[in-house]
Write a protein that binds this ligand. Structure first.
Ligand SMILES: [Fe+2]
Ligand SMILES: [Fe+2]
Length: 369
């Protein structure tokens, strides 16, 4: 059996004979991974060998003789044995899970599991090396990355299940980030997520850091900085409803895709309204980070004085971050070039704030590009 390529980082293969469960998993992974589905051992193995995924989610229930024969094949074929497998079953006493751990499988999930548990297990397997490397960075920044990853995965549950999260949980998760920014110690965080595969998390974390740095520089303190960090971290939660293929499409989006991507703002408003005591400022960041001064932004075309300073800061930070983010299909833009593009948008962006942003961030961002 020939192995064509070394594995795509964002491709996850789900093998389960139960169509309802497969559908649920595919849904849970929307926006995070490209998912292929199989229910029979033979075709599944062939597909995995032909185009090795970043991880396999393998259930005890696979045609024709259960998940174990397929697991044995994956564990025995050289090269395939490097693909992380997450085994699923309906009971702890499943023989499949016992056999899987004998074969060295560390990740196992009992059905029904929460979206966050699945995302956490996948992230742990796929980003394990990156997340383990965080041990080497300074404790405050390490805590910031660990807590924000955890809270980000929990947000995925909240969206999937229409549940809420206390604001305190979000603020606590952002506390080390804010402290690190106040101490001027945030580069290791930015470097630490460079190769992380969850693009929405990476982008949101960068926006949270940049907004906090910006806020700190203009004299905001205490709760105001927490609001900026929390707002940055949650500003794009609505993207968790956008399919992976659209969110990660290289090149220009067609009209329909553009409509889908732009549609990420209203769901965020609805989700965030469920968070009790979420500061108004964090809501503003999420609701207005795509609005422009001349009214050309979305979703409401709000303009001029209707956009307060926070909304203007959010738009600048979000655009700068999007331009300089590293994507699997494109290199990060040089920060100086990104700033130049933003200065050309003099009708859309608040140029006084942009000047301040430039002074604060260009130096840091430059050293990271
Ligand atoms: Fe956005
Ligand atoms: Fe964004």
């Amino acid at each position: 059996m020939g192995i064509r390529n070394p594995g795509r980082r964002n491709h996850v293969c789900v093998v389960d004979a139960n169509p309802k469960f497969r559908q649920e998993v595919v849904q849970a992974l929307t926006s995070f991974y490209e998912v292929s589905e199989h229910w029979e051992q033979g075709p599944a193995l062939e597909a995995i060998a032909f185009d090795p995924p970043a991880a396999v989610i393998l259930d005890e229930n696979v045609l024709p003789r259960g998940g174990l024969p397929l697991l044995r094949e994956i564990c025995c074929v050289p090269d395939l044995d490097r693909i992380p497998v997450i085994c699923t079953a309906t009971t702890e006493r499943s023989n499949f899970l016992a056999d899987a751990s004998l074969l060295g499988v560390r990740s196992r999930l009992l059905k029904p599991f929460r979206r966050s548990a699945l995302l956490q297990a996948l992230s742990h397997e796929i980003n394990g090396k990156i997340e383990r490397s965080w041990i080497k960075i300074e404790p405050l920044q390490q805590a910031a990355l660990q807590r924000t990853t955890r809270v980000f995965n929990t947000l995925a549950d909240m969206i999937g299940e229409g549940q809420s999260m206390p604001y305190d949980q979000l603020r606590n998760a952002c506390e080390p980030l804010v402290e690190a920014v106040r101490a001027g110690n945030y580069r290791a965080m930015l470097e630490g997520v460079r190769d992380h595969d969850n693009y929405t998390y990476v982008h949101s974390l960068r926006v949270a850091i940049f907004l906090s740095v910006f806020g700190d520089a203009i004299g905001l303190r205490g709760d105001d900085l927490s609001t900026l960090a929390a707002g940055g971290l949650i500003h794009d939660v609505g993207k968790m409803t956008v399919p992976f293929q659209v969110l990660n499409k290289p090149g220009r989006l067609n009209d329909e895709e553009l409509r889908i991507v732009r549609g990420h703002v209203p769901p965020a408003d609805r989700f965030l309204a469920l968070i009790p005591r979420l500061p108004r400022g964090a809501m503003t960041i999420a609701a207005q980070h795509h609005e422009k001064l001349d009214g050309s932004g979305y979703p409401h075309g709000v303009k001029g004085v209707e956009l307060n300073e926070l909304a203007r800061m959010a738009t600048i930070t979000d655009m700068f971050s999007a331009l300089t983010d590293w994507r699997t299909y494109k290199d990060a833009m040089d920060p100086e070039q990104a700033m130049f593009i933003l200065t050309q948008l003099d009708k859309e962006l608040d140029q006084r704030l942009l000047k301040m942003f430039r002074a604060v961030l260009l130096d840091t961002a430059q050293k990271l590009s």
